[in-house]
Write a protein that binds this ligand. Sequence first.
Ligand code: NG6
Ligand code: CA
Length: 505
Amino acid sequence: MNLRLLTGSAGIISAALTQMSFSQPLDLPNIIIILADDLGYGDVSCYGATRLKTPNIDRLANQGLRFTNGYCTSATSTPSRYSLLTGQYAWRREGTSVLPGDASALITPDRITLPSVLRSAGYTTGVVGKWHLGLGPEGGPDWNGEIRPGPLDIGFDYSFLIPATGDRVPCVYVENRSVVGLDPADPISVDYSKKIGDWPTGKENPELLKMHPSHGHNMTIVNGISRIGYMTGGRSALWIDEDMADVITSKAVKFIEDNHAKPFFLYFATHDIHVPRVPHGRFAGKSGMGPRGDAILEFDWSVGEIVKAVNRMKLQKNTLIIVTSDNGPVVDDGYKDQAVELIGTHKPAGRLRGGKYSAFEGGTRVVFISSWKGTIKKGVSDALFSQIDLMASLAGITGAPIPEGGAPDSRNNMGVLTGKTDKGREWVVEQPSRNRLSIVKDEWKLIEPGQGPKIQVNTNTETGNDPMYQLYNLKNDPGEKNNVAGNEPSIVKELTDLLNSIKAK
Ligand code: NG6
Ligand code: CA
């Protein structure tokens, strides 16, 4: 195993000494996390999809380790990404649910983060793609000036961002501290509470739309698509959705090329396959499943481009590549893009129940592949693994100590990530919403009682809401159909106690 710099007693080494021990940075593996958006457990062919093929993702899985029990921490983006980058469960903090596009920075410069830890170990760190963790000071970012704090203040050396999501204004890229291509004579204004400026909206001018909303998403129109939130100005900086995957993938590839000579960490968070699904013409119509399927093909292409860049730089044997998703799948997430009509027999969450927003497994059990030529043996791992452990595990792989107080919920499970052991976490906590959690341990899954509809009206997702505790045996009943809480009171008690003790930490 390529762990020449492992110190063993990393925790007690002082930061200064640690800096010195990493003076031979070439010994550190490069790390690339490719985080898809809303990609379901059943959306790629190596996880069972048959109506489309994802050859690049499949190849990585065939060379590396494909996890059947890999989890993100939350069934929506902001909390999931927050946990991945901080090693702290988002539900421990208020204000971590889905953020508007003008939110201030959720992860402030005082925080210890995955990139800050890797950076202290000698890595050059970059984030490319969807951020959705807020930018700027309280009150939100200054889109027309210097945008700080942001990724550069929490451990990244380089950033190229979609500030929030593709369906939220402002529809511009932010590179490092400024909006790309902005003309100062045409400043950007953003508002999430009221219309500003005179740009048409989806509500008032539906005749201008090339893609219509199915719910929400009827505010400012940019590139023929109405969004969440209002904006005006910044015409020269507006993105073109069709080019988004090309733009961000080329930035990610360039980051790899520019930094190939020294260890780098790249967090590449694609827009695919989130709404609005507007893939490039090369992919449009290719899946036979409409834009949602086409966006999966586009995501697979992006993965292929990253792998090609790694190979071109001859870094295969020194690069760990992880492919995963921020939360489970949703079919109709607010635009009439034919995803519902053309889904046919395709099961976005595979055999799992529920999806994005859901307490069922489909919400948080996701595609998870780790690949590292020569170090990770190919295979399938059934071990429990959670993205919450990426921070401590990646720190472990690089030998980087996590300073006191950092990554409180993250555990070093690098042996699981690299396939040295199949003894995973004892339990995994899943977050459908902040005030309600689920826990998986052994073959059992407990869902806390929750108010609200059983089926989310607009997205048609099975939420997993139930006024009573639900207990499922995932081994016999992977689709969570038979609630056995009434028959197994001692297991309900054990898991409730465990969950409460985790919450109390
Ligand atoms: C919801 C949006 C949905 C999506 C989601 C965030 C509406 C009606 N729905 O509020 O389209 O943007 O937020 O998705 O506005 S996430 O993957 O970034 O968490
Ligand atoms: Ca998401």
